[in-house]
Design a protein around this ligand. Structure first.
Ligand SMILES: *Cc1c(COP(=O)(O)O)cnc(C)c1O
Length: 295
């Protein structure tokens, strides 16, 4: 049975810099779902794994960068649910904490040039065309099955909120949240914070996965220079938050989202007395490769 069977908790987070604007902050703690099959990566894998089992496939093949939370989640999920796993990793042979954990979970890693990586379908054919047991999962888990899993972030909610915030990389999680809000008639303003520079490119990626159009805001100005890029202001903010709450944020995704909430609160973006929910999408092992920034 493929399930990790629990609804991640919703909890109030006391953080004075936001509370002082008469705002209450809540986290949906998807970071607590599983240490390695973390956060939205579990949501995005779930229906892929069910489909792979139903089709009697035994080998998951996926794609990502050398610090990908999705790669680690696939490695751990494969081990837990009895699939062989292979990942095609973008760029020259690398070794880091994330890939080390993937190897412990038994994942086979294949490093491919950035040029070859661009055409994933061709790569898949090249390596696996004679295998009948493989199941293709796109980079970052992006796709309809990922979106479907992420709708459950909304259907699980026990309380209502005025504003919801979530990070975006491929946009599949955002699309799931928007579809979830749409189908359950949740009347919350949805705010998406791209982790990459030029985040407007996400709009078509999100819209492609929407069941019907539904309003949402993209806050494209909180990328801090681009994907996995940081600035001292972001690092200091994350440290301050973690020291005040005991909750970790990563500088790639969730740190940028809470920074955005805090910055918008300072600009009086929110109606006073509002309840704000941030989806903590997990992925905290990514911090291990960035610890020197926190010195
Ligand atoms: C992968 C990831 C995201 C981005 O999810 P998408 O569905 O690709 O937009 C957000 N937060 C964390 C912590 C992640 O690991």
């Amino acid at each position: 049975m493929i399930d990790l069977v629990f609804n991640s908790p919703e909890e109030e987070v006391d953080f004075e810099p936001i509370n002082k604007h008469q705002l209450t902050l809540f986290f949906k703690r998807d970071d607590l779902i599983h240490p390695f099959i973390s956060g939205n990566k579990w949501r995005k894998l779930k229906y892929n794994l069910l489909k792979a089992k139903a089709a009697k496939k035994t080998h998951l093949v996926t794609f990502g960068g050398a610090f990908s939370n999705h790669i680690l989640a696939t490695a751990a999920a494969g081990a837990k649910f009895n699939f062989k796993t292979t990942a095609l990793i973008r760029g020259e042979e690398a070794d880091n904490q994330i890939l080390g954990l993937c190897r412990i979970f038994g994942m086979h890693l294949i490093f491919v040039s950035r040029e070859a990586y661009k055409n994933k379908e061709r790569l898949y054919q090249q390596y696996f065309k004679n295998e009948s047991q493989t199941f293709f999962i796109d980079e970052g888990g992006y796709g309809e099955d990922a979106e479907k899993g992420c709708r459950e972030i909304i259907s699980e909610l026990e309380n209502s909120y005025d504003y919801l915030f979530c990070a975006a990389g491929t946009g599949a999680t955002a699309a799931g949240i928007i579809n979830g809000a749409n189908t359950t008639n949740v009347n919350t303003e949805i705010n998406i914070v791209p982790a990459l520079k030029g985040g407007d490119f996400l709009k078509p990626e999100i819209d492609k996965l929407l069941i019907t159009p539904h309003p949402y805001n993209l806050h494209t100005e909180y990328h801090f220079g681009g994907y996995a890029k940081t600035k001292p202001a972001l690092i200091d903010f994350i440290k301050d938050f973690s020291q005040k709450t005991g909750i970790l944020l990563d500088p790639v995704y969730t740190g940028k989202v809470l920074f955005a909430i805090n910055d918008l609160a300072n600009q009086n973006y929110f109606k006073p007395q509002s309840k704000i929910l941030m989806i903590h999408t997990g992925g905290l092992f990514g911090i291990l490769g960035m610890l020197e920034k926190f010195r």
